[in-house]
Design a protein around this ligand. Structure first.
Ligand SMILES: Nc1ncnc2c1ncn2[C@@H]1O[C@H](COP(=O)(O)OP(=O)(O)OP(=O)(O)O)[C@@H](O)[C@H]1O
Ligand SMILES: [Mg+2]
Length: 270
C-alpha cells in the first residue's frame, strides 16, 4: 500500500436527513455517525455493510453531492464543499443516455471538456477496445446486454482519467460469471494507474478479490465498525480467489462480523 498523505479523509462525519411520514410530518434520520477514515492515493477500498447503513451517503459526500451535517470530508487535505471534479462516479444505475450510441455515451465527458472530435474518437476507441466492445460502437444502450452496458458505464467513467473512482454496487445486477469477468477487467484497467478506487458491494468475495482494505459498516444508523487489510497479494486471480490459502479464514472473519449487523429478516433472504 502506498504511504503518504491520505487523498480522502472523513473526520468525525455525521450525516442526517429529514424524511417525510404520512400527512407531511417530517422526522430526522441519522444516516451515518462518527465516521473516521483515511484513504491513501492508489488504494482500492471497499465498503460493505447492511442495507441503509450509509455507504452511498459517504460516497456522495466524497463526490461533493452534499456535505456532512457535522465533521468534514477532505480531498487532498481540503474540505469538499462542492462537486469534486477529480472524482469519477459510477452509480448503481448505469445512467447511459438512451439516445446516444455506445461510442457517444463513452465520449460524453470528453465532449463536455471540449476535446476535439478526432482526439475524442481516438481515446474512445482505445477504451472501447480495452473492454472488448469493438464492433458495438454504434449500438444504442437498449441494444446491449447487461454486461456490455456495465462495461460502457465503466469506460465512460475511466476515459477522462479521474484521480478517484467511486463505484456504487457497479456489478450488482449481473450474473455471477459476468461479474467475475468484469472484476478481472476492472483490476487490469486499474493496475499501474495509481488511481484510487472506493467500491461499494454486498458481495464479500468480490470485496476480498478486489480490495486492499475493506471497511465494514454497522447496521443503521451506520458507523464504521471495523477496517480490515486484505491478506492477499497482488496480482489477484479473481477466478480462483477461493483457492488462496488466506481466503477461507479471512472470509469467515468478515462474514461473522457482518452477520452481527444483519437483521433476521435480511439473513433469511440471503
Ligand atoms: N436524500 C435522502 N433523503 C432522505 N433520506 C436519505 C437520503 N439519502 C439516504 N437517506 C437515508 O439514509 C440512510 C442511509 O442510506 P444509504 O443510501 O447511504 O444506505 P446504503 O448503505 O447505501 O444502503 P444500500 O446498501 O441499500 O444501498 C437510509 O435510511 C436512507 O433512507
Ligand atoms: Mg447504497
Amino acid at each position: 500500500m502506498p504511504a503518504g498523505k491520505p487523498v480522502i479523509e472523513a473526520k468525525d462525519v455525521f450525516r442526517a436527513f429529514i424524511a417525510r411520514a404520512d400527512h407531511g410530518k417530517r422526522y430526522p434520520i441519522l444516516a451515518l455517525q462518527d465516521a473516521n477514515l483515511a484513504i491513501e492515493k492508489g488504494e482500492f477500498v471497499s465498503f460493505v455493510g447492511p442495507s441503509g447503513c450509509g455507504k452511498s451517503t459517504l460516497l456522495n459526500m466524497v463526490a461533493g453531492i452534499f456535505q456532512p451535517t457535522a465533521g468534514e470530508i477532505l480531498y487532498k487535505g481540503k474540505p469538499v464543499t462542492a462537486i469534486n471534479t477529480d472524482v469519477g462516479y459510477m452509480t448503481q444505475d448505469d445512467n447511459l443516455l438512451p439516445w446516444r450510441t455506445l461510442r457517444d455515451n463513452v465520449e460524453v465527458a470528453l465532449e463536455f471538456q471540449g476535446m476535439p472530435a478526432a482526439q475524442r474518437h481516438e481515446r474512445a476507441a482505445e477504451y472501447i477496445a480495452k473492454v472488448g466492445l469493438c464492433g458495438f460502437e454504434n449500438h444504442y444502450p437498449h441494444e446491449l446486454s447487461g454486461g456490455m452496458r456495465k462495461r460502457c458505464a465503466l469506460v465512460r467513467t475511466l476515459i477522462y482519467e479521474p484521480d478517484i473512482i467511486l463505484m456504487d454496487e457497479p456489478f450488482g445486477p449481473l450474473d455471477a460469471q459476468t461479474r467475475v469477468i468484469l472484476q478481472d477487467e476492472l483490476l487490469k484497467l486499474w493496475d499501474g494507474t495509481g488511481k484510487t478506487i472506493v467500491f461499494v458491494t454486498h458481495d464479500l468475495v468480490e470485496a476480498i478479490a478486489l480490495s486492499d482494505r475493506i471497511v465494514l459498516f454497522s447496521r443503521a444508523p451506520g458507523r464504521i465498525k471495523q477496517i480490515y487489510k486484505v491478506p492477499l497479494s497482488r496480482p489477484r486471480d479473481v477466478f480462483h480467489i477461493h483457492a488462496e490459502p488466506e481466503f477461507p479464514a479471512f472470509f469467515d472473519q468478515l462474514w461473522r462480523d457482518l452477520k452481527e449487523e444483519i437483521t433476521e429478516v435480511e439473513l433469511r433472504a440471503k
